[in-house]
Write a protein that binds this ligand. Structure first.
Ligand SMILES: Cc1ncc(COP(=O)(O)O)c(C=O)c1O
Length: 395
């Protein structure tokens, strides 16, 4: 057996430990929720999950998953086009298209796979993809995988986007790629400007709404709904692994022709199994629940405003924004990890992010708020932040 690789990587992770940037995995012993049982810790408050609506442990979602498991078994043991498509997939895809306001949708085993499958299959050398610098890693990798020319514009810089669109005039298709809500900074894409520029230059708009589906807009339909632009975004990708039940899975939504083409050509669709029935059934129940409960989206907004205000009162400076992603910049990665460990000692589970997830020197604690948090939960968390802020000299 060759031992060189393991030895080299072992030495590197030992260095991560020495530098205080090693990521330790915390093991949960029960369902995700506003409070969880963590191995070795007992009950802790979670301020770090994407379970924005509290649907991960919602009885209706669990019942939907169980019913699908009973009806369809564990899975299709096949990719979609061979013999792996269930009527349940069609039903879920219709519900997702309705939710985000497009003609059609196609599910994948993750939003990572949905993103990876998009530019590489619909663009080639004659085309250009123009991507925001802070887009999610899955968009960055998807762009690297495709043969189109690439342009990256500084984060939310509309003048730079305009310039990139001017300079690429003559290309067959220009695809402008942006997160709806940026996962590390918690800000929202300047979608009205992006749509206007795209229309002016005859470009296609692709929004990854993973942190916006179920979160933004009065009915949680995402960034487009937030800005009154339902129907104006060409292609939406999003995840089923966050607000929509939190299991796994993703989808691409857009015109029927685009979706049909992806069925024909997108590699994660052609060469990878379908979404498992239990996951699809849970997600379908989650979409139904969201459509019936817009008040949960409003509660998420109220909780977010409350938590941002309390954190500011006790001396922290959360990054600007009005989404439930509330990052607090701390600088060094080791500082963010130490802060997160001290918070966990006080019963609050919130992850510190450092390089390479965010640029060097911009390590942060990223709080994520849920509609399932009570005021007591948020007060408990903010009190822990107050104490740790004083202990570590952060406030
Ligand atoms: C913006 C964005 N896109 C895509 C993904 C990937 O989603 P999934 O977990 O469904 O692969 C994430 C997950 O972190 C994300 O934040």
């Amino acid at each position: 057996m060759n031992e060189g690789l393991a030895r080299r990587l072992g030495a590197e992770t030992a260095r991560f430990r020495e530098e205080g940037v090693y990521k330790r995995l915390n093991h949960l012993e029960g369902p995700q929720g506003p409070r969880v049982r963590m191995e070795g810790r007992g009950e802790v408050l979670v301020l770090s999950s994407n379970d924005y609506l509290g649907l991960a442990s919602r009885p209706e979602v669990i019942a939907g998953a169980k019913a699908a498991l009973d009806r369809h078994g564990a899975g299709t043991a096949s990719v979609r086009f061979i013999c792996g498509t269930l009527a349940l997939h069609r039903e879920l895809e219709a519900a997702l298209a309705r939710l985000v306001g497009t003609a059609a949708a196609l599910t994948y085993v993750s939003c990572w796979a949905a993103n990876e499958g998009l530019p590489a299959s619909v663009l080639d050398e004659e085309d250009v993809v123009i991507s925001d610098a802070l887009n999610h890693a899955s968009i960055i990798d998807s762009v690297r995988l495709c043969r189109a020319q690439r342009r990256v514009f500084p984060h939310s810089d509309m003048a730079a986007l305009d310039e990139a669109l001017r300079e690429t005039r003559g290309a067959r298709t220009r695809l402008v790629a942006t997160d709806g809500v940026f996962s590390m900074d918690g800000d929202t894409a300047r979608l009205p400007d992006i749509v206007e520029l795209a229309r002016k230059h005859d470009a296609v708009v692709w929004v990854d709404d993973s942190h916006a589906t179920g979160v933004l807009g009065p009915r949680g339909r995402g960034t487009a709904e937030h800005y009154g632009l339902i129907g104006e975004v060409d292609v939406v990708t999003s995840t089923l692994g966050k607000a929509l039940g939190g299991a796994a899975g993703g989808f691409t939504a857009g015109p029927a022709e685009v979706v049909d083409y992806l069925v024909q050509r997108s590699r994660p669709q052609l060469f990878s199994n379908a979404l498992p029935p239990a996951v699809a059934g849970g997600a379908l129940a989650a979409v139904g629940w969201l459509e019936a409960h817009p008040e949960a989206v409003a509660r998420l907004g109220e909780n977010t405003r409350y938590c941002r205000a309390r954190l500011s009162e006790i001396g922290f400076r959360p990054m600007e924004g009005d989404t439930p992603i509330v990052p607090i910049l701390l600088g060094e990665t080791s500082k963010a990890i130490r802060c997160s460990e001290r918070l966990l000692d006080r019963g609050v589970f919130v992850t510190g992010f450092g390089y390479p997830v965010v640029p060097q020197g911009t390590a942060r604690i990223r709080c994520q708020i849920s509609a399932a948090h009570t005021r007591e939960d948020l007060d408990f968390a903010c009190e822990a932040f107050r104490k740790v802020g004083v202990e570590l000299g952060l406030t």
